[in-house]
Design a protein around this ligand. Structure first.
Ligand code: AQP
Length: 325
């Protein structure tokens, strides 16, 4: 079976962007791929994070991955730092990546460019992400649009390594959903919904209760011309709502727009649709919360399987570069 790998950072609570941009695909791919999904805790260290908070969020992230519908009987779920080959391969790849190509990464430009005190890890984290992916001979990486550039870097590093040292890594492909690849903040539709940005009204968490979901959708920023049409450039707030409704209904955003005249009606139906979309997640979460040991067991089994694959790939790369076995 072709292999799928993807990861999520345990830096906060999972939101609708993670669910629609990534987890829905993860769940779909687990059936017909050899799927590995990772809580990338090392990535969370690139910015200030309280140690206790990180530990708690890492566990919660694993629990939530089960809640969104991943089945440990058919896929592998593990924590990045439990598999030591991730930082080990990162070093090998850093020794073939260039400062110039990392400086071009838009996420780094947005978060840290020009600041002397910025962490080195924030600059090099796309290389860690490349190592995450390349360790597993990954064919497909389901990600939201925000990660596309990092995925391109992973492909570039794999090709460069293979060219310089001989065939070592599979070159992965990105898989982004047609609609919903970039869910925007409901209050600031010019920026993506994100767990590390404090925007309580703009972010719908996957575990929000129905009343909160309805309140946030109702207060979502739109525009004043009140014309119902899908136009992400001129009407980003409305376009975001139409895209979300397109995900909920399986229609295209233009088709959704043609079915409404008033923003209020769209918002009301969208709130109901999102409540239903996320209901199974909330229910599974309630059950799983009562059995934390089963989550730890999933992570132990997952790390053992991931380590088996990752150690073989690391050994291949180390040998190719001339490290003594
Ligand atoms: N707004 C989004 N729309 C669609 N997909 C999204 N993803 C994240 N945000 C959106 C996808 O979710 C997966 C996990 O990504 P992450 O852990 O990097 O998510 P985040 O919520 O973006 O987290 P942070 O802490 O806010 O990260 P930064 O600040 O680095 O962006 C990925 O597949 C991602 O594409």
């Amino acid at each position: 079976m072709p292999r799928v790998f993807s990861g999520v950072k345990p830096s906060g609570d999972f939101h609708l962007g993670n669910y629609i941009g990534a987890f829905r695909q993860w769940v779909a791919h687990q059936e017909d791929h050899d799927a590995l999904y990772c809580v990338v805790d090392l990535h969370a260290l690139t910015e200030e994070i309280d140690p206790e908070y990180l530990r708690r969020k890492t566990f919660e992230a694993a629990l939530n991955l089960l809640a969104v519908g991943l089945d440990p009987a058919v896929c592998t779920i593990f924590v990045q730092s439990h598999v030591p080959e991730h930082p080990r391969l990162t070093w090998l790849l850093e020794c073939s990546a260039s400062m110039g190509e990392l400086r071009r990464m838009t996420q780094f430009k947005a978060k840290g460019s020009g600041q002397e005190a910025v962490r080195v890890g924030l600059f090099t984290y796309p290389v860690l992400m490349a190592a995450d992916i390349l360790l597993y001979d990954t064919d497909l990486v389901p990600v939201g649009e925000d990660q596309r550039q990092h995925l391109e870097l992973a492909r570039e590093l794999a090709q460069r390594f293979n060219h310089r040292y001989g065939a070592t890594f599979s070159v992965p492909q990105a898989a982004t959903p047609g609609v919903g690849a970039r869910v925007m903040d409901l209050q600031h539709p010019e920026r993506k919904m994100s767990k590390s940005v404090d925007s309580p009204l703009g972010t719908v968490d996957v575990l929000d209760d129905p009343a909160d979901i309805a309140r946030k959708v109702k207060k979502a920023v739109t525009d004043t011309d009140a014309q119902m049409r899908y136009d992400p450039g001129a009407k980003p707030g409305l376009a975001n709502l139409l895209e979300l409704m397109a995900v909920v209904t399986g229609k295209g955003p233009d088709e959704v727009a043609s079915g409404y005249t008033r923003y209020g009606d769209l918002k009301a139906d969208l709130a109901d649709g999102l409540v239903e979309l996320l209901r199974p997640v909330r229910e599974r979460h309630r059950t799983l919360s009562a059995e934390p040991e089963s989550v730890h067991e999933v992570l132990r089994t997952g790390a053992a399987r991931a380590h088996e694959i990752a150690s073989a790939t690391y050994a291949r790369a180390a040998r190719a570069m001339g490290l003594l076995a």
